[in-house]
Design a protein around this ligand. Structure first.
Ligand SMILES: [Zn+2]
Length: 452
């Protein structure tokens, strides 16, 4: 290099996230010391290239500023690159030589401000090689150390990730060494509901639809599937059994794995009928069976009472065509369901009113009896008053509200049916199972839907 010529240099700085946190290394401090150095040496600084939050082991392509620098090298804008230490430049020998090749080609050299290398002699190159080997080894050890630290944290049941990495129903609580994975109290009921629904209906897609509708969520199929495959819900994480509070037992987890992997195939045929298990004979009360209804021109899924077909012990011989029923349900489902929910609410309200008035009447009857016993009214008076009050007592309509009914009482919106059209038969089956207890058809061929 011509000693009289003013050298145009590139300043390169790099700090990894870990170094920033651990040692307080900063980009700014490196820049300042390098600018000062270049001033002293009377270098002309072409530009400063700073890779922030990049470890030396980062792939070349990820170090965008280094790539920009190499472009400028190729454009012959730079004579020399300056950095504080070799380990800022590279820790990986292979990449080092790749870059060095480019530098050699464009006659660009480099210099460090805090270390001394002479690459013009073979002993100097050997020294460089050794330094790079040590640096690479250190980087590997750092990776090992991080892994070891993580293992230790897990052993001590500490959280190593933030809440955003947790599956539904878990959050990270606390700070520093007291960070732990705990149940998310706000979503606990959703997760319980999810496992319960899957246990009952055995369908991932059905569970997905159910959760999205009920809790206005936007879960996708894969995330729900992953929840069922996540051991964390049993409290276990990376071989630590009581890492956090469980939602399900390990046996339940294993059962779910079986269902996810096998049940689809085992029950595939049964679920070909989308109302399988949901149809009931209005004459004898037995469940209707799916069969293929054939004629010269068409082939249809249909349902019939096998007691009528096989043993002739029922007279209900007219089959129900699946596609007709499906069409009817799609067109009327929202209406029927909303009516069902509001009827139930009205009955509940009426019952409450009746209960209150009945209690009052019963009190009056008690008082009447007291009066008669005390001899303050005649037997005749007692009888007439008693009959009067007795007739005022109203019967409460007996409606048993099952817990599941209350659960699904949340809105069923039109969106649920939009999704419905995209489903396969198995999932359609799971969808109807969620809402419907059973369906029958009366003698006038009207469908009657009984909700859960
Ligand atoms: Zn029947």
């Amino acid at each position: 290099m011509d000693n009289n010529k003013i050298l145009t240099v590139a300043i390169y700085v790099r700090v990894s996230t870990e170094e920033q946190m651990k040692h307080g290394y900063s980009i700014q401090a490196q820049k300042e010391s390098l600018i000062k150095y270049c001033k002293e040496k009377k270098y002309k600084v072409y530009d400063i290239y700073a890779d922030e939050g990049k470890s030396a082991r980062s792939k070349l392509k990820q170090r965008t500023e280094m790539c920009r620098l190499l472009e400028d090298v190729k454009d012959k804008k730079i004579n020399r690159i300056v950095f504080i230490k070799l380990d800022r430049w590279f820790r990986n020998i292979a990449d080092y030589y790749k870059v060095q090749e480019i530098l050699d080609k464009y006659h660009v050299d480099w210099e460090t401000t805090q270390e001394d290398y002479n690459t013009t002699t073979s002993s100097g190159r050997l020294n460089l090689n050794i330094r790079l080997s040590i640096a690479q080894d250190e980087a590997d050890r750092t990776a090992d150390r991080i892994r070891f630290t993580f293992d230790n944290m897990i052993k001590n049941k500490r959280a190593i990730q933030g809440s955003h990495c947790m599956p539904l129903g878990y959050i990270v609580e606390g700070v520093g060494k007291e960070k732990h994975v705990v149940k998310d109290k706000e979503k606990e009921h959703i997760v319980k509901d999810m496992f319960e629904h899957f246990a009952n209906y055995n369908s991932i897609r059905g569970t997905l639809l159910y959760l999205n509708n009920k809790y206005q969520l936007h879960l996708c199929y894969d995330s729900v599937r992953h929840y069922f495959k996540n051991e964390l819900y049993t409290g276990k994480y990376k071989n630590i059994i009581d890492y956090c509070e469980p939602y399900i037992t390990y046996d339940e987890f294993l059962e779910n794995q079986k269902r996810i992997n096998c049940n689809v195939k085992v029950n595939a045929e049964r679920y070909d009928y989308i109302f399988s298990g949901l149809m009931r004979c209005n004459k004898c009360g037995y469940k209707l069976s799916g069969f293929t209804h054939k004629s010269k021109t068409y082939k249809n899924h249909a349902y019939r009472c096998n007691r009528a077909y096989n043993s002739k012990s029922c007279t209900n011989i007219s089959p129900i065509i699946e596609s007709n029923l499906e069409k009817y349900l799609i067109n009327n489902f929202l209406l029927l369901y909303n009516k069902h929910v509001s009827e139930e609410t009205i009955i509940e309200k009426e019952n409450t009113k009746k209960r209150i008035s009945n209690e009052q009447i019963n009190k009056k009857l008690d008082r009447l009896t007291d009066l008669y016993v005390d001899g303050r009214i005649t037997r005749e008076k007692y009888n007439t008053e008693y009959d009067k009050y007795k007739s005022m007592l109203v019967e409460e309509k007996q409606v048993e509200i099952k817990p599941i009914k209350k659960k699904i009482k949340s809105l069923v919106n039109a969106k649920a049916l939009d999704i419905y059209n995209q489903l396969d038969n198995k999932s359609k089956h799971a969808f109807w199972l969620t809402y419907i207890d059973y369906i029958e058809r009366d003698e006038h061929k009207n469908y009657i839907v009984h909700f859960k």
